[in-house]
Design a binder for this molecule. Sequence first.
Ligand SMILES: [Zn+2]
Length: 390
Amino acid sequence: MLEKENILEIDYSKFHCSKISHQTFDCTLILDLITQDFKHIPSEIIGESFLNRPIQLLKIGKGDIKVLLWSQMHGDEPTATAAIFDILTFLSSDQSLALDLLQRLSLYFIPAVNPDGLESFTRRNAQQIDVNRDFLSLQSPEANILKNTFEVIKPDFAFNLHDQSNLYTNTLNNLVGMAFLAPPSDSKLNITWNRTQAMKVIVEMNHLVQKLIPLQTAKFKDEFEPRAFGDNFQKACPTILIESGFLPHDHEKQEIRKLNFYAIIKAFHAIGFQTYQEIDLLNYAIIPSQSINSIHLKISNCHIKTKNGNFKVDIGLNYTSSFKPKERSLEKQFKIVELGDLKDLIAHQKIDAEDYVFEGDFEIERLANFKLKNESGEILHEWKLGTQIR
Ligand SMILES: [Zn+2]
């Protein structure tokens, strides 16, 4: 039976759009994909960014239920954009589920709402405006275009696709691979009919994603932001926020991209076949919440020698990523952010320095500038002014 279809039986490798292989792809690639590789899918330019880059909408399917998805309104949040092209590859195939979905749904995709931010790999647009805080004042062309497109299409379901900080952990103490929210549409956080529909679809997605990354999903913070798009669109139709998180060793977030592929196809199935209507909302309530409660690197048992005495501490470091436009690459700068007993702190990466010699600067809130040597004097790890050089 189609209703019982196991979405995870879809062979992702067949539909992976291999032209996107890292996070810092540029606008030319997206434009080439839309106008060449995916030219069989009708697309239109729905407007231009502040720097006159085209903003594209693709439409596929001829069903009665209209679904609008948009990604990268924050230019440095590219994971779901890549997944959109995987999903479009699947929908262009002769798989029976793809054909069924296109009979039932009309799917509208805006892969990059903020192409200027995409090009410069910045959250904000070229005016330095956060497009997702511009719903009310509409000072950015990107916000105007998204709002107009929504009003013209009048979707039955909307999906707002983002990446969140990679430092979130859920109440089960795991790093969060993927977070969801049915955003509230008022400051009282009322559970409106639209929200309940969004919650039910989220339960279906969460259930599927849990099979791939058990206990590593979460609910995004349930707060009303009057200037944000999801919160306002929720008044008009069920709207779902998906936040791509982080998995250890998945630095280019290609695993999370795959999770987006499965989760969104699951949502299309739930909406197309109306399976979500049977979901008990309790299953949404029990999705764990999340908070920023981890660090990027923990170096345990550092032996610190000072003129006033010697002692042993754990050092916690976080990095910020700076974008190098010429190479289109990200460079990490590490800073010491925590010191002391960090045994219970979750870290993306851990080093035990019990048997090492610590040599260099030791100061909180400063760029990492030290090395770890073994007893024979060989340098095993080194950071110079924030940059890890070995
Ligand atoms: Zn975002």
